[in-house]
Design a protein around this ligand. Structure first.
Ligand code: FAD
Length: 468
């Protein structure tokens, strides 16, 4: 059977590309080595982490009590196995949903490890070792990413005491002390889950700030908020060793600026120092597919690799390692393969940290604008001045809108606070259409909503907000 498109990897990049290609009338197959579709995101990433984030947030809210809202509820009792069952059920619902969508769109699912044999040829090795060779007009590499270790430090993951994000999603009990190496999104999200469930959490981060690359003011405020939730931070700290001890493990680090080494005793260490593109066993070298200096598959702006008819999308290529970035690339590539004009606007990719409260941003940060010498105006509005936030006791945080000083075009929006991950999308839509902060400020927002703070922050870029 010859295909129009064979996608290697059934994660958000790959499965979305396959569904769109099939919808556009292309004969499509997906090669996936896991037993379920959905890739890192659905199986061990976005989805299980959000299930635990939500459940642990509810637990923490109930633990702190509802007296301020005028009622009492009994002290909650943690049923960790039950919480993990909720996590797994959420994952299962999503993987089953994908099976259904594959059937509905008549996509052939080929279980096994895919290897590119050259232009138009893929070998699929099943679990039983049997090899099937398939022919196709186009090959899409969507093999994603895998856990990266700590540069220069040997880390032996046993996924019990020294864990990656995958192990941190299924700890059998709440650790007394969890040390998180890496203050990025994944470390903070999972660290905050276990902190809410009762662990003491210490985050050790190389940079002087958490969430490196996010707007500096947002990152600082966010660190203060996490500090109030009993998360401790060692910033500017270079981890030099992670070793198992008689009981638990030891993490050794030294100040980046110089000074004495320190050691932390941990029950569990979560190493969350980033992810690396995954191309093992794919046959890139033999097929003549060029990788860049960081091991990513090199592509042009139409997702073409160095070999004609072979394309790549998602975590395995350059760009933010985010599920929705891969999904949008999947759609754009399927459209290109079907003879249409697919395109991704990399300037408007929202990014969300799903902690409590959330952090969300789209577009440029103040630091990036300063570095690029762009003149801008900044408007800020705190949730403490928002009526809905007061009614819900969710007044921590603010919205910041950055607009071009001359044209008023919105260049970036950054939000830290309850519901930030939903609110950010009005900014994304506005930016996609090249809107100005005055457009945002003059758009009628329902009252009382948290989103009114976005409107008021936009007002503050060119005049004054009303409620402050
Ligand atoms: P992947 O999802 O990694 O999928 C690649 C698939 O290819 C895998 O299933 C793999 O088994 C398969 N594969 C690899 N090689 C082969 C081969 N040779 N043959 C057959 N199959 C192969 N992103 C967000 O946007 N939002 C979040 O909230 C979020 N949370 C995250 C939380 C955690 C804990 C982690 C680890 C990641 C999170 N991410 C999040 C990142 C997100 O998971 C990735 O950006 C996304 O999964 C990348 O999609 P992908 O399709 O490129 O690759």
């Amino acid at each position: 059977m010859a295909y129009d498109v064979v996608v290697i990897g059934g994660g958000p990049g790959g499965y979305v590309c396959a569904i769109k290609a099939a919808q556009l009338g292309l004969k499509t197959a997906v090669v996936e080595k896991r037993s379920t579709y959905g890739g890192t995101c659905v199986n061990v990433g976005c989805i299980p982490s959000k299930a635990l984030l939500h459940a642990s947030e509810m637990f923490a809210e109930a633990s702190h009590g509802f007296d301020a809202l005028g009622f009492t509820a009994g002290k909650p009792k943690l049923d960790l196995a039950g919480m993990m069952a909720h996590r797994q059920q959420t994952v299962d619902q999503n993987t089953k949903g994908l099976e259904f969508l594959f059937k509905k769109n008549k996509i052939d699912g080929l279980r096994g490890t895919g290897k590119i044999l050259g232009k138009g040829k893929v070998a699929v090795t099943g679990e039983d070792g049997k090899v099937q060779e398939i022919e196709t007009k186009n090959i899409v590499i969507a093999t994603g990413s895998d856990v990266a270790g700590i540069p220069g430090v040997e880390v032996e993951f046993d996924e019990k005491v020294i864990v990656s994000s995958t192990g941190a999603l299924e700890l059998p009990k709440v650790p007394g002390h969890l040390v998180v190496v890496g203050g990025g999104v994944i470390g903070l999200e999972l660290g905050s889950v276990w902190a809410r469930l009762g662990a003491k959490v210490t985050v050790v981060e190389f940079l002087d700030t958490i969430l490196g690359g996010m707007d500096g003011e947002v990152a600082k405020q966010f660190q203060r908020m996490l500090g109030k939730q009993d998360m401790d931070f060692k910033l500017g700290a270079k981890v030099t060793g992670v070793e198992k001890a008689k009981k638990g493990a030891k993490v050794t680090f030294e100040p980046v600026k110089g000074g004495d080494a320190q050691t932390l005793d941990a029950d569990v260490v979560l190493v969350a120092t980033g992810r690396r593109p995954y191309t093992e066993g794919l046959g890139c070298e033999e097929a003549g597919i060029t990788l860049d200096e960081r091991g990513r598959v090199k592509t042009d702006d139409h997702f073409r690799t160095s070999v004609e008819g072979i394309y790549a999308i998602g975590d395995v290529i350059v760009g933010p390692m985010l599920a929705h970035k891969g999904e949008d690339e999947g759609v754009a590539l399927a459209e290109i393969l079907a003879g249409q004009a697919g395109h991704v606007n990399y300037d408007v990719i929202p990014s969300v940290v799903y902690t409590s409260p959330e952090v969300a941003s789209v577009g440029k940060t103040e630091e990036e604008l300063k570095k690029a010498g762009v003149e801008y105006t900044a408007g800020k509005f705190p949730f403490s001045a928002n009526a809905r936030a007061r009614a819900m006791l969710k007044t921590d945080g603010f919205v910041k809108v950055l607009a071009d000083k001359k044209t008023d075009r919105v260049l970036g929006v950054h939000i830290v606070g309850y519901g930030a991950g939903e609110m950010i999308h009005e900014a994304a839509v506005l930016m996609e259409f090249g809107g100005s902060s005055e457009d945002l400020a003059r758009t009628c927002h329902a009252h009382p909503t948290m989103s009114e703070s976005v409107k008021e922050a936009a007002m503050a870029t060119f005049f004054k907000p009303i409620h402050m």
